[in-house]
Design a protein around this ligand. Structure first.
Ligand code: MBD
Ligand code: FE
Length: 306
């Protein structure tokens, strides 16, 4: 069959059969994806067995709730970011802190703190390096923003996230920090480790067939929100990680790899209520003002909440 014949068939199945109200956007998308799929089946001579194995794979991915992991693993979440960057640039929004993927592991409702929060519950303190991270949230006018919200979440030493890992305490390594009068935030936590896809999961199963690994470098996630400004979804990476520029989810970006300083000065150690040297990261967030022309920076997707 040629592509024109396939298009005609898809029209006959999806468009010409409509007898009730049509959601034109859904119809447009279904016709396009169905047509592209039929063309793929034709061009690659996909067998019936291959087709059903593919459907079974998608069903398994859904049953394991892994579509949120497969999407970044295939580059799709990065693709949405590239398009969002392009739309912002077109709207004249440039120079802010780069966005990067949200990933599937955010949980709404983390405890709120003013100015400062300790993220870790102390369980892994024996094995972990202490990390302090601090900075200022700036608006489009270059002025710091008091009462901005910095939501932060990251993995533990095993690469696991609380809530999804039921062995961790509630909201371990998750907080919502409200900036102080100078627009500053500060957090104390444990230095995170990288994440690996569940080895027996659907995402890793496909990655194996593609000869790819399922590892992410150590990173810390942020949502930064403030009145009058666009929501920023981003991460920082921990410099020196073996997977820093080899992230299976394509989340690493220039501008999101701050220096990690080792603080060894005795008075600094004492000031932070510590007894040993610790790591420190300075990182500011630069937001864009709300824009009437750029697409919304709020992404409506189902997120866990606790
Ligand atoms: C993560 O921690 C993550 O951030 C992404 C994008 C995918 C899987 C695990
Ligand atoms: Fe993550």
């Amino acid at each position: 069959m040629n592509h024109k014949e396939i298009d005609a068939l898809v029209q006959s199945w999806i468009v010409e059969t409509a007898t009730g109200p049509v959601n034109k956007r859904v119809q447009q998308i279904v016709v396009r994806i169905l047509g592209d799929l039929c063309k793929t089946i034709e061009d690659l001579d996909i067998s019936s067995t291959e087709f059903w194995k593919g459907l079974e794979y998608l069903a398994d991915t859904g049953a394991r709730n892994e579509f949120g992991l497969l999407a970044p693993g295939l580059g799709l979440e990065r693709f949405l970011d590239i398009r969002a960057d392009e739309a912002e640039a077109k709207a004249g929004l440039v120079g802010g802190t780069p966005r990067t993927i949200e990933g599937p592991l955010y949980v709404a409702g983390a405890p709120k703190a003013n100015g400062f929060a300790r993220l870790d519950d102390g369980t892994q303190s024996d094995q972990a390096d202490v990390l302090y991270m601090q900075g200022t949230v700036y608006g489009a006018d270059g002025k710091s923003i008091p009462n901005a919200t910095v939501e932060v979440w990251h993995a533990d030493l095993l690469g696991n996230y609380s809530f999804f890992d039921k062995s961790q305490s509630a909201f371990n390594l998750r907080r919502t920090i409200v900036t102080d009068a100078e627009g500053r935030y500060q957090l104390r936590t444990i230095m995170p480790k990288g994440y690996g896809c569940p080895p027996d999961g659907a995402t890793q199963q496909l990655l194996d067939l593609l000869g790819r690994h399922g590892q992410r470098p150590a990173h810390i996630h942020f949502f930064v929100t403030a009145n009058g400004h666009r929501k920023l979804t981003t991460q920082i990476n921990i410099d020196g990680d073996k997977y820093l520029w080899d992230d299976f989810a394509f989340g690493s970006r220039e501008g999101l790899v701050p220096a990690v300083k080792q603080i060894t000065d005795a008075s600094e150690i004492a000031k932070h209520n510590l007894k040993a040297p610790f790591a420190s990261i300075d990182f500011d967030f630069n937001l864009y003002a709300n824009s009437a022309v750029a697409p919304s920076s709020e992404v409506d997707r189902i997120r866990a909440a606790a």
